[in-house]
Design a protein around this ligand. Structure first.
Ligand code: GTR
Length: 376
């Protein structure tokens, strides 16, 4: 694939650009499902770990609370429980929607921050003006006839190098170099919520959008890569181990991720701290696993740590498989100005003016894109 250097001139110096191809030859193209499985295994074996086959002694999902709000909206809280060898893990999620004659599209939001005060403080430090409810404006989205589900994935695997071993990883501890990790558990949690959506006739299973910001954006991409029932994907400022290419990346690199967040990736990944160029894949291939589904990637102009040009580059590169599958990639392959969304293809991208995070501006654009693509 020809990629113009003009588009990607901001890479790290000294990094050579031997980027592995999504489609290497005619047979990859002819048999995309098997090439797809091969790419998925690379991510399992080298980065996020492999989700184990699981069988529980007992598991289920219960509605813990049902409220009819004065606004006319319904709010429900649920808990999934999983029991194995007398050990228990649970997953909490909240649903807000407005009653409708029609089955509702849903947005499932990855929330590793929700109930964790230490993380909220951390986010505030990153961005003192952060308004955490802007990350997922549940009530206003519910007023647009979208069912919104906030999934507290930290209830299943706390976002902490030590504590993440409790909960789900206690029931199924990581095994070997590709053993799963907190991020893998979070992605798995999102699929359990998809099971819930499939089991409940209030929801339209052909319109399930996953969303996440930053570490939750990484999770959203990995969840959608594994679970093809998810029909649309929105990842904001997902940076390193999310939408940003590893090769040539500036700001946060694998070496810092494995030091600061060792519980996010599998053991094997730790060998690649300063060796990004030797990985047999790069993050554009994670986006390729989402094809042909509508995908919206956002960056923020003050977020050099995430490296917006490298988040953009993976979108350009993933366009190859979208086109091969009869869809379109990005409608423009030139890195955009701030607040100039590129939204006419099946992959959309914008660079929001401002700091790391997810804002009302991001949501407005994402919702109009998803409405158009998924026809709701
Ligand atoms: C950054 C971190 C990223 C990202 C983010 C977050 O500082 O280094 O990888 O995950 O924080 O989740 O807030």
């Amino acid at each position: 694939m020809m990629i113009s250097c003009k588009t990607f001139c901001t890479g790290r110096k000294g990094s050579h650009m031997s980027v592995p191809s999504i489609i290497r030859n005619e047979s990859d193209l002819r048999d995309w499902p098997s090439r797809r499985r091969e790419i998925l295994s690379l991510f399992e074996d080298y980065e996020y770990g492999k989700t184990p086959d699981m069988e529980f002694d007992k598991s289920g999902c219960v509605c813990l609370e049902h409220l009819e709000l004065t606004s006319g909206q319904i709010k429900e809280s649920y808990g999934f429980y999983f029991i194995k060898n007398k050990k228990t893990a649970n997953l909490r999620f909240d649903l807000i929607y407005r009653k409708s004659e029609r089955k509702l599209p849903t947005i499932i939001h990855v929330d590793p921050f929700g109930k964790n005060p230490a993380l909220i403080a951390y986010m505030k430090k990153l961005n003192p003006k952060a308004q955490l409810d802007e990350m997922f404006p549940m009530y206003s989205l519910a007023n647009k006839d979208i069912a919104t589900i906030n999934v507290d994935v930290s209830s299943l695997a706390p976002d902490d190098p030590v504590k993440s071993n409790f909960g789900m990883l206690e029931l199924y501890p990581p095994q070997g170099s590709n053993g799963w990790c907190a991020l893998g558990v979070w992605a798995w949690a999102m699929s359990r919520v998809v099971d819930f959506i499939y089991s409940d006739n209030r929801f339209d299973t052909s319109r399930i959008i996953i969303a996440g910001c930053s570490r939750a954006g990484k999770t959203a991409l990995w969840a959608a890569a594994q679970d093809e029932r998810i029909t649309g994907v929105f990842a904001s400022v997902s940076g390193c181990c999310g939408s940003a290419m590893h090769r040539g990346k500036t700001g946060e690199r694998i070496v810092s991720i494995i030091k600061e967040f060792p519980h996010w990736s599998c053991q094997k990944f730790k060998e690649y701290g300063e060796r990004e160029d030797e990985l047999p894949f790069d993050q554009h291939m994670l986006l390729a696993l989402i094809a042909p589904r509508p995908l919206y990637i956002t960056s923020a102009s003050e977020d050099d740590w995430a490296c917006p040009p490298k988040e953009f580059e993976s979108c350009v590169r993933a366009g190859e498989i979208y086109r091969a599958l009869g869809k379109t990639g990005l409608s423009s392959e030139t890195f955009p100005e701030t607040n100039s969304p590129i939204i006419d293809g099946d992959i959309a991208y914008h660079l929001r003016k401002g700091p790391h995070g997810c804002k009302a501006y991001d949501w407005e654009n994402v919702i109009s894109f998803m409405r158009k693509k998924l026809c709701f």
